[in-house]
Design a protein around this ligand. Structure first.
Ligand SMILES: [Zn+2]
Ligand SMILES: [Zn+2]
Length: 249
């Protein structure tokens, strides 16, 4: 019997230079539980190396999915969602073939730390994670699909790092699985996006860089048989009674 689940596929950890150092695995898990969010995506910039920590800390509550917020050559962010860590790592290997060896400037961008589930620092990522990789957005979407992942155009309403800002209106047949709207916009603005792209599935994510933004009000309600990647995939396709609720009521 399908039920409602709260899904937030876009949460950064302390590994993203812009992510607060408070974004450790136990803290994210506890914030999601407190907020009643059932599924979270760990979505750092161009990497997924803190997924194992959050996955272990969660003990299945919430369900944690490996995601990578990929920055394309055109500086477009795509939220890439994977069925498992192995697939995410496979994608990361492909992506990093076109990452430039720019060193992170900690004083300017912030720390990039890989943690374990108890917040022990395993290593610092030296390569600057917020950089446009050598792949174009079309190549990224196509690669993600070829290995069984979902490609969501991230925060399409934002004035930076979004598809419309970089390339203009999104083609009607663009092969993205959904468009993400940021939780910063109001319901009237959100309605405008839905009018502009009828027939498209929209999700809302918190894009959390701090703990206080993890909340039901910043994410998306989905009707699923169970909180899994496969069910979310069906919901994004509006298949078999699985569906995404319009995030603005
Ligand atoms: Zn982004
Ligand atoms: Zn983000």
């Amino acid at each position: 019997m399908p039920a409602k689940f709260w899904v937030d596929l876009h949460i950064h950890t302390a590994l993203s230079p812009c992510g607060s150092l408070e974004m450790g695995a136990p803290e994210i898990v506890s914030a999601a539980r407190k907020a009643g969010v059932d599924v979270i995506g760990i979505a750092d910039h161009n990497t997924c190396d803190n997924f194992p920590a959050v996955y272990k800390a969660s003990e299945g509550n919430p369900v944690v999915l490996p995601c990578i917020e990929t920055q394309s050559a055109e500086d477009i962010h795509t939220l890439c969602v994977f069925p498992d860590f192995e697939t995410a790592q496979l994608y990361k290997g492909w992506l990093w073939q076109k990452m430039r060896p720019i060193k992170n400037d900690v004083d300017y961008f912030g720390y990039q730390v890989v943690l374990d589930d108890c917040n022990n620092i395993l290593r610092e990522e030296e390569t600057l994670l917020i950089q446009g990789t050598g792949y174009e957005v079309d190549q990224i979407v196509s690669k993600v699909h070829s290995i069984g992942g979902l490609a969501v155009l991230a925060h399409v309403d934002r004035p930076s790092f979004s598809y419309p800002v970089a390339l203009g209106p999104i083609p009607e047949d663009y092969p993205a699985d959904a468009f993400e709207l940021s939780c910063r916009i109001n319901s009237a603005q959100a309605a405008g996006w839905r009018e502009k792209y009828p027939g498209r599935i929209f999700i809302r994510s918190s894009d959390s860089h701090t703990l206080d933004t993890i909340s039901r009000g910043n994410c998306t309600k989905m009707t699923l048989e169970e909180p899994t990647f496969e069910e979310i995939k069906k919901a994004l396709r509006n298949e078999d009674g699985r569906r995404v609720s319009w995030p603005w009521g």
